[in-house]
Design a binder for this molecule. Structure first.
Ligand code: GLY
Length: 566
C-alpha cells in the first residue's frame, strides 16, 4: 500500500509543469525543430524571407540583411529604415563580434534641447515629431554587414523584400489593434493622412509601393543613396518641414561601428553580448555574475527566493547603468570593474532573504511608468554554423510617428533614450546621469541585448528581445530558464516574467503565473509589487542548439513571432 501511495505521489509531481503558467501538459512544449538552419523573428514573412536567402546558399549575414529589411516592410511598428540597432555574431570558426548601427544625435542637438527656460523637461518633444528623431543607422548597418561578411549580391538579397512590399503583407489582429491605437497621432504628427492612418482590419493587405521603390534604389545604388543621395534629401526635407534639426551633413557623417562584444562567464556558459552604447551586455553580465553563487535550481523557477535574488541583482545593476553607462566614444566606462567578481560580490553584500533593500539605499531618483514592446529582435543560425542575434528599433511604437510618405517608412524617436535632464525618467522610466546626457553626434544609451551563448565553447543559444528597459531582464530569465530550470526553448520564452530596474522601486509582474500567496509574502518583506493587468514583459525570439546538433526555435507566444527552418 505504502508503495502505491509513493508511486501516486511521484506521478503527481512528474505531472507538474517544469515552468508554472506555461505548459500544463505532460509533454514538454517544444518549439520548431530544424536540422540545419533557422530564422526566428516577429513576423512570419520576415522569417520566411530570411530562410529563403539561406536556401539560396546565402549565409546568416545575408539572411540578417533580408530579415531586417523584411521587418521594415511587414512590421513597421519596430522594423525600420528610419531607426537603428545592434547585431552580435558568432561565426562557425568561433570568432565573435558586434555591430553598432545605433542612431545618434544630430549635430545641432544640445544638452537642454528638451527643457524650457526654467529647466522643466517638455517630455513630448523627445518622443513625438521631428525633434525626437536621431540620425538613422539601419541602412549603414546592413551595408557594413554586407561589406564584411555578405556572400550574395545586395540586389539578390533585397529582391524578395521588394516583392513583399509590392505584393503587400496581411494585417494581423495585433497589428490592427496597434494601428488603430496610433491612428490619431499619425494624423496629428504628419499633419496629413499617411499609408498607415487608414482604418485597417485584421486580414487587410497593406502594399507599400513607396518603400518598394526606396529599397529598389538602395539595391541599385548602395548606401550612398540613403546617406548622400536623393533618399537622404527627401528624408531631411520632410523632417525639417516637421520641426526636425537633422541635415545632410548628419547623414553624410553617419558610420556603423564594429565593436568588441562583452564576454561574460556564467558557470559553463559564455555569453557574448552587446557593449555600449547599449547597456545590455554589461547589465546582463553584472546580474548573472551577482546571482551565480545562489542555487537557483534548488530555489525553483519563479519561487520567492529566486525572485528575490534576481530582483536584488537587477536593482543594483540598473543603478550602475544609470550612473556609469553612455556612448563609449564620449564617456569613459569602467567596464572591467563593473564586471569584476570582487566589485559584484561587494554589491550584493547587503542582500538578505528576510528584507528587501530599498532602492533609495542603493541610489536616489524619481520615476514615471513603463511603455513596452517596441523594438524587435530576430535570431538566425545558418547551415554553415554561423549565428547572428540582431535587435533593431524605432524606439517607441512607430517611433516619432513621422512617416516620410515618398519613402514609405517611419522615423525613430530614439532621442528619448538620452537623459533629457539628470534624474528625469524617459519613456521606460529609466533615469540617467551625465554619462547619457545629450551632445552633438553622441549615441543615446540603449538596453538592447542581442546575445549569443556558448556552452563548452560550442554555440548553444541565440536570443534577444524588444521591451525597452525590460529587454535585459527578459534575456536573463530566458537563459536561466533553460540553464537552471531545464525547460525547452519554447517554454523558456513563454514563461511568465518579472522585472526590476532599480527605479521605480517595484517588481513588475506579468499577470499570469505568480500566485497571490507569493506576491503577499514578497510584499511583507518590503517589496513593492506591480502586477499589470495587460503587462507584457519582453518578446523573446531565440534558437537553442540541442545536444544532437539540431536546433529548437523559441518564438514568443506574446506576439505574431514565427520560427522557420530546414
Ligand atoms: N530604444 C530602446 C533601447 O534602445 O533600449
Amino acid at each position: 500500500m505504502k508503495k502505491l501511495i509513493l508511486l501516486f505521489l511521484i506521478s503527481l509531481i512528474s505531472c507538474q509543469p517544469a515552468v508554472k503558467g506555461v505548459s500544463e501538459k505532460k509533454d514538454k512544449n517544444t518549439g520548431l525543430i530544424a536540422n540545419k538552419a533557422m530564422v526566428v523573428s516577429a513576423r512570419e514573412e520576415a522569417s520566411r524571407i530570411g530562410l529563403s536567402i539561406l536556401r539560396k546558399g546565402g549565409n546568416a549575414f545575408d539572411a540578417m540583411i533580408a530579415t531586417e529589411m523584411a521587418l521594415a516592410v511587414a512590421y513597421p511598428f519596430a522594423g525600420n529604415l528610419g531607426g537603428g540597432g545592434f547585431m552580435v555574431y558568432r561565426k562557425a570558426d568561433g570568432s565573435t563580434g558586434s555591430l553598432d548601427y545605433r542612431e545618434k544625435a544630430p549635430l545641432a542637438a544640445s544638452k537642454r534641447m528638451y527643457q524650457d527656460a526654467e529647466g522643466n523637461v517638455i517630455s513630448e518633444k523627445s518622443k513625438i515629431g521631428g525633434l525626437a528623431v536621431g540620425v538613422p543607422g539601419t541602412v549603414a548597418g546592413i551595408f557594413a554587414v554586407h561589406e564584411k561578411f555578405g556572400s550574395l549580391p545586395m540586389p539578390e538579397i533585397l529582391k524578395p523584400v521588394i516583392a513583399l512590399a509590392k505584393r503587400g503583407f496581411v494585417v494581423t489582429e495585433h497589428q490592427a489593434e496597434n494601428l488603430q491605437k496610433y491612428r490619431e497621432l499619425f494624423l496629428k504628427v504628419n499633419n496629413d493622412s499617411i499609408l498607415f492612418s487608414k482604418a485597417y482590419m485584421a486580414g487587410d493587405t497593406i502594399h507599400n509601393l513607396e518603400l518598394a521603390n526606396t529599397l529598389q534604389q538602395i539595391a541599385e545604388n548602395g548606401r550612398k543613396e540613403f546617406y548622400n543621395g536623393s533618399i537622404g534629401r527627401e528624408l531631411v526635407n520632410y523632417l525639417q518641414a516637421h520641426g526636425g534639426i537633422m541635415t545632410m551633413e548628419d547623414l553624410a557623417e553617419y558610420r556603423a561601428q564594429w565593436r568588441d562584444p562583452i564576454s561574460v562567464k556564467y558557470k559553463d556558459l559564455k555569453l557574448i553580448s552587446m557593449p555600449p552604447p547599449s547597456s545590455g551586455g554589461i547589465v546582463l553580465g553584472q546580474i548573472l555574475k551577482m546571482v551565480e553563487p545562489f542555487p537557483l535550481k534548488e530555489f525553483g523557477h519563479n519561487s520567492e527566493k529566486t525572485i528575490q535574488v534576481l530582483t536584488e541583482a537587477e536593482r543594483r545593476a540598473y543603478a550602475d547603468r544609470s550612473y556609469y553607462l553612455g556612448d563609449p566614444d564620449f564617456v569613459n566606462i569602467p567596464t572591467d570593474t563593473l564586471l569584476s567578481d570582487s566589485y559584484l560580490k561587494n554589491r550584493m553584500d547587503k542582500f538578505s532573504f528576510t528584507k528587501a533593500t530599498p532602492s533609495s539605499e542603493v541610489e536616489h531618483g524619481e520615476i514615471a511608468g513603463y511603455e513596452s514592446m517596441e523594438t524587435t529582435h530576430y535570431s538566425i543560425v545558418d547551415q554553415y554554423g554561423n549565428a547572428i542575434a540582431a535587435t533593431t528599433t524605432l524606439n517607441g511604437a512607430y517611433g516619432s510617428k513621422l512617416f516620410v510618405p515618398e519613402l514609405g517608412f517611419f522615423l525613430n524617436n530614439e532621442m528619448d533614450d538620452f537623459s533629457a535632464k539628470p534624474g528625469f525618467p524617459n519613456m521606460f522610466g529609466l533615469i540617467g546621469a551625465e554619462a547619457n546626457s545629450i551632445a552633438p553626434g553622441k549615441k543615446m544609451l540603449s538596453s538592447m541585448t542581442p546575445t549569443i551563448v556558448e556552452k563548452n565553447d560550442k554555440l548553444w543559444m541565440v536570443l534577444g528581445s524588444p521591451g525597452g528597459s525590460t529587454i535585459i531582464t527578459s534575456v536573463l530569465q530566458t537563459i536561466l530558464n533553460v540553464k537552471e530550470f531545464g525547460v525547452t526553448m519554447q517554454e523558456a520564452v513563454d514563461a511568465p516574467r518579472f522585472h526590476h530596474q532599480w527605479l521605480p522601486d517595484e517588481i513588475l509582474f506579468e499577470p499570469e503565473g505568480f500566485d497571490e500567496k507569493l506576491l503577499n509574502s514578497l510584499q511583507e518583506k518590503g517589496y513593492n509589487i506591480n502586477v499589470g493587468e495587460s503587462t507584457v514583459i519582453g518578446k523573446v525570439d531565440a534558437i537553442l542548439v540541442l545536444p544532437d546538433g539540431r536546433m529548437e526555435g523559441g518564438a514568443d507566444r506574446r506576439g505574431d513571432d514565427t520560427a522557420v527552418g530546414f
